[in-house]
Design a binder for this molecule. Structure first.
Ligand code: OGA
Ligand code: MN
Length: 282
């Protein structure tokens, strides 16, 4: 099978047109997709028509899947699929109404954070609901010298739901789910296990401290680091079309949800996400 690949921005991202992911890709095609993912960090497969089982089958080609800690926001028949949905039933969100209000890397608060996530846009609003992606190789390569020195050899402390206290409208993990996700630490500069390239691995949503530093110093360095990682030249904002399947690399890219219309009753956005398990960062 052949496909067309079109880069989406200077920073990262490419769209793939002409592939049907509902059937198994042959080995050469899979290898080409895999390489494109390593090269572009974010792939957008256009015009997909996928059942949950097909979405899961394609995801599993990249590795075993994780079940999200929000285990009441997953499909009952297919717990590997997390609902990212603004739909409510009986006044309660059926899934997570957004995947993340701050720049983040999925489940970076686990010992083994995610390799990548595949988000499938089933119902897409006319306006709003874009997803931003940012290239953390570029963030690493352009670190100002003082900041590079401040984080050299340091480990970050990661915890689920850092900013949840301020987001009362949003579903958060309940106490039992939180108890299953104690804080972990990871190197702030990590080496990608497949490309061998270094990137910044810290994010505003889950990284709460730098290990071994006084809180004030840690807070100051992290806020400078988060501002650096959010520089517009590292980012691409994806304007979803229905039937897009987006696959990002959580090891070297961050992403962020646009929540500006979340309170608008006319706003409906309904998606399925799989999360591929990764290795412990080094
Ligand atoms: C996610 C996520 C962003 C969005 O699904 O992990 O962060 O725009 N989604 O919904
Ligand atoms: Mn996310």
């Amino acid at each position: 099978m052949s496909f067309t690949l079109n880069p989406l921005s200077e920073a990262l991202g490419a769209e793939i047109v002409g592939l049907d992911l509902s059937r198994p890709l042959d080995k050469p095609t899979f290898d080409a997709v895999h390489q494109a993912h390593l090269d572009y960090l974010v792939l957008v497969f256009r015009e997909q028509d996928l059942t949950p089982a097909q979405h899961i089958a394609f995801s599993e080609r990249f590795g075993p899947l994780d079940i999200h800690p929000a285990d009441d926001a997953v499909l009952t028949e297919h717990p590997e699929i997390l609902l990212v949905s603004t739909r409510r039933e009986n006044g309660r969100y059926i899934g997570l109404p957004d995947g993340g209000p701050k720049w983040h890397s999925d489940i970076s608060y686990r010992e083994k954070p995610s390799l990548g996530s595949m988000l499938y846009g089933i119902e897409i609003p006319e306006e709003g609901g874009n997803t931003g992606f940012a290239n953390m190789y570029k963030a690493y390569e352009t670190l100002p010298a003082d900041l590079a020195q401040a984080i050299e050899g340091k480990r970050g402390v990661f915890l689920a739901g850092r900013n949840n206290a301020k987001q009362t409208f949003r579903r958060t993990l309940n106490d039992a789910q939180k108890a299953k996700t104690p804080p972990v630490s990871h190197p702030i500069i990590r080496t990608h296990p497949e490309t061998g390239r270094k990137s910044v691995f810290a994010n505003e949503q889950h990284t709460i401290a730098i290990e071994g530093l006084p809180e004030d110093d840690s807070d100051a360095i992290l806020s400078e680091l988060f501002a650096h990682c959010a520089r517009p030249e590292f980012a691409y904002f994806h304007d979803w079309r229905p039937a897009d399947l987006t696959f990002w690399d959580n090891r070297c890219a961050l992403h962020i949800a646009d929540l500006t219309r979340l309170d608008d009753p006319a706003y409906l956005r309904h998606m399925h996400r799989t999360t591929i398990q990764g290795d412990a960062p080094f």
